[in-house]
Design a protein around this ligand. Structure first.
Ligand code: SAM
Length: 247
């Protein structure tokens, strides 16, 4: 599972501002420009040659994508195989990612007042649709915010077992897919899920079983209570759980 060849020139994301102008997207706090990237990769120099605490078989430790992300368990997010038997499906990660690369057919990025950029559907997206993979650089356990910005990370279990207690984080601060722009709502219609495609563990956004987004509607997920410790939510839902008392 070598890192795929990166495109020669990284492409930034563009969004439509509230005034209707097309702009290059920036990260909320650092104002750095994230680039589009359709795969998960790692920088071996950030990973210790010693196995992380809790790693099940220290003698097999090797900080590479094959060791960290190959799994034979979990639901396949490409074909929906739920049997936890990866031999039932031969889904290809490349094909899954190639479909994701066409994201602009289904979604567009638009400014959401007070929340930066958000993801909007161009056409109806139905229940249980896998919307896109959360991609970026895989950071080691315990390095949640060392190399990135709060808000652009997802935790991912490492090693062959889905019951692993060792977690890394996929950091999309500088490189990631369009799903890094998905905002939080207390009435979210999608979830962030961890599954597999073929034999590779992936994190992706998936529509809930009973919810759909209409054309023109924003796609949102629930970030969970930990994210909102000490922060306010501006989702605007009438039963918002973390409202700003001053608004
Ligand atoms: C994964 S990013 C989403 C994309 C982000 N809007 C952007 O422009 O890059 C998460 C960040 O978006 C903002 N955000 C998303 N949903 C929010 C909400 N419901 N209320 C307040 N801020 C939100 C916060 O700054 C959060 O750290």
């Amino acid at each position: 599972m070598a890192r795929p060849k990166a495109p020669s020139k990284p492409k930034p994301f563009r969004f439509t501002s509230v005034s209707g102008k097309r702009r290059i997207a920036k990260n909320i706090r650092s104002k750095t420009t994230p680039n589009q990237c359709s795969f998960v990769f790692l920088n071996p120099s950030k990973w210790s040659t010693k196995p992380p605490k809790g790693w099940s078989s220290p003698e097999t430790w090797k900080p590479c994508l094959d060791t960290l992300l190959t799994t034979t368990q979990g639901v396949c997010l490409a074909c929906g195989d739920e049997t936890e038997e990866p031999d039932n499906c031969e889904c290809s990660l490349e094909a899954f990612r190639a479909k994701d690369a066409q994201w602009k057919k289904l979604f567009e990025l638009k400014e959401v007042e007070g929340m930066g950029v958000g993801v909007f559907a161009k056409q109806r997206i139905g229940p249980r649709t896998v919307v896109g993979e959360y991609t970026g650089v895989l950071n080691p356990p315990g390095h949640l915010y060392d190399y990135g910005e709060v808000g652009y990370h997802v935790e991912v279990p490492l090693g062959p077992s889905i019951f692993s207690e060792v977690f890394g984080t996929v950091d999309a601060t500088y490189e990631g897919s369009f799903v890094r722009f998905v905002n939080h709502s207390c009435n979210a219609k999608a979830n962030l899920v961890t599954g597999r495609v073929g034999r590779t563990r992936v994190s992706a956004i998936m529509m809930k079983g009973n919810r759909a987004v209409k054309a023109g509607e924003e796609l949102t997920v629930n970030y969970g209570p930990v994210y909102f410790q000490g922060k306010y939510c501006y989702c605007g839902y009438r039963r918002c759980k973390y409202p700003d008392p001053n608004t």
